[in-house]
Design a protein around this ligand. Structure first.
Ligand code: MN
Length: 262
């Protein structure tokens, strides 16, 4: 009788263990765009990059409803904040807009800020890409250069808005040894793609700069000591989605810490 009991106990373990096992693919929430009658849309490269890294992508619709965002965060193991429009400087860091300001998206600004703050507060791993990386800095009290060509004074200007395929690196970044990005990419110097005219100016408290281009522009940041909140100014998803795995380690890192639970 005792043997039968032990045997059935093992069966129960066999049934329930996979539910708690770390082999399950984690769900990676991806912040979306909104407007012109279209909702919940993201460039396919983000989705493909999550697939390639072994995650389950879940596109998060733009909303300003805290309850909806909170329930959404219950369902995701990590968050990717995507690229896009310029960030409204007047509303979010109290600066008048410069003449070179591009398109701004007030609904997305509000959504991005809410999502970033709620996700980090709940201990979710978070990767910001381009606008998402700038938003991460602004959400925690940092500011931006609104326009690199007219505002950044450097010894040698670098082109940050490339006329080349999206999956092609055009300018160098120098990565801090010991940073999350160094761990993910495994190199101190590497060529990245570049599609931005805004950049981190004053760094948010509690963050550190982990990479710069040769003109001094900030190309990566991370939340000090968190091990799971970080941003990159370039677009690693464009490489991964095109089968070039130079930066796939960034997504694999996110998927792995998402898998470990929050
Ligand atoms: Mn750049």
């Amino acid at each position: 009788m005792k043997k039968i009991f032990a045997f059935s106990f093992l069966w129960l373990l066999a049934i329930y263990l996979p539910v708690f096992s770390q082999d399950q693919k984690p769900v990676i929430g991806i912040s979306s765009t909104w407007g012109n009658g279209v909702s919940t849309s993201v460039p396919s490269d983000y989705v493909e990059a999550v697939f390639a890294a072994g995650g389950v992508p879940l596109v998060i619709p733009v909303t300003h409803d805290k309850e909806i965002l909170s329930r959404t965060l219950d369902c995701v193991d990590a968050v990717i904040m995507t690229g896009g429009e310029d960030i409204d400087p007047l509303k979010w860091y109290n600066e008048e807009p410069v003449p070179a300001q591009g398109q701004i998206a007030p609904e997305r600004d509000e959504f991005d800020i809410m999502l970033i703050r709620m996700a980090v507060e709940r201990g979710k791993p978070l990767l910001g890409i381009c606008r998402g990386h700038q938003m991460l800095n602004v959400a925690f009290g940092g500011t931006l250069y609104q326009d690199i060509p007219s505002q950044v004074k450097s010894t040698g200007p670098v082109k940050h808005n490339q006329n080349a395929p999206r999956h092609y690196g055009t300018h160098t970044i120098i990565i801090e040894e010991g940073s999350l990005l160094y761990q993910q990419v495994g190199k101190k110097e590497i060529a990245v793609n570049s599609f931005h005219h805004q950049a981190v100016k004053d760094l948010a408290p509690g963050f550190k700069i982990t990479a710069r281009s040769k003109d001094g522009v900030v190309e990566a940041i991370e939340k000090t000591g968190s091990g799971k909140v970080f941003g990159v100014q370039f677009h690693p998803e464009a490489f991964t989605a095109n089968g070039i795995h130079t930066f796939t380690g960034i997504f694999e890192y996110l998927v792995n810490i998402a898998k470990q639970g929050n």
